[in-house]
Design a protein around this ligand. Sequence first.
Ligand SMILES: Cc1cc2nc3c(=O)[nH]c(=O)nc-3n(C[C@H](O)[C@H](O)[C@H](O)COP(=O)(O)OP(=O)(O)OC[C@H]3O[C@@H](n4cnc5c(N)ncnc54)[C@H](O)[C@@H]3O)c2cc1C
Ligand code: FES
Length: 258
Amino acid sequence: MSCMENGLVISHKKLGRDLYEIEFIAPRIAPCCQPGQFVHVKTGGTMDPLLRRPLSLYDVDEKLNSITLLYKVVGKGTELLTKIKVKENINVMGPLGKGFSLGDYKSVLLVGGGVGIAPLIYLARVLRERGCKVTVLYGAARSEELVAFDRLRSIGVELMLATMDGSAGYKGLVTELLYDKINPHDIEFIYTCGPEPMMVAVKDYADKYGIKGEVSLEENMACGVGACLGCARKLKPEDDHYVKVCKDGPVFSMADIK
Ligand SMILES: Cc1cc2nc3c(=O)[nH]c(=O)nc-3n(C[C@H](O)[C@H](O)[C@H](O)COP(=O)(O)OP(=O)(O)OC[C@H]3O[C@@H](n4cnc5c(N)ncnc54)[C@H](O)[C@@H]3O)c2cc1C
Ligand code: FES
């Protein structure tokens, strides 16, 4: 059940160039959240920008009833978000969308690129609490952008890093680690979120070894609740129907996507 709420901001910090983490108390929304869902955020106090901006649940603290988001400043809405101060309110609608499935797996692989790591952190924590072994391949352009590193370490995952400039971990694409470091027979399920070419490479790997998985897709959104068709897309070119990423997703089975 989703609703709208004015969350009380308790922490808001810059983690790296253009990357911020904001935590707010949201007693109505936080108890209903699932990994992979998102909140639709009003970024400023005026009518511009009119539309809310979708941001994934980076983590949820069930005791505090707080939600944490990780966001990258890419335009006007996210720039305005940086102005919100501790003790001020942030207006959010959520939780929205269909999250990740949490099967009874013993060992899973998570592949995240850049800010696409956001929904995988909450997922990794929940899976670890269920006793699942979680291996994470985490890639970014450079080491300063690996801002979720400490959280991943504290969750207790097996972590492998890749950066394009070689400043941390493997030098190159995070997906190259799939073939170098992962034994496909050890993995029951793959979850991925990040740039689409990265997710395509992850799906190719999953298909090659017959491993099932899920991807979290991004699409520009307006209403966020399935009412406007703003986020409609085909999952396969040959499909004769469109899905609404905000309502039918953002998480989809790899098997449904081409
Ligand atoms: C379900 C979902 C979850 C998301 N989770 C996160 C998250 O956890 N952290 C995060 O930093 N971002 C996330 N995003 C992306 C985020 O919503 C956009 O970056 C944000 O809406 C941009 O708003 P803006 O006003 O700053 O930029 P705008 O001025 O609207 O756009 C600036 C540039 O970014 C592009 N852009 C805008 N929205 C998107 C989008 N959804 N996907 C790809 N490109 C876009 C525009 O085409 C333009 O080039 C998510 C998107 C979706 C759909
Ligand atoms: S954003 Fe309106 S239908 Fe998805």
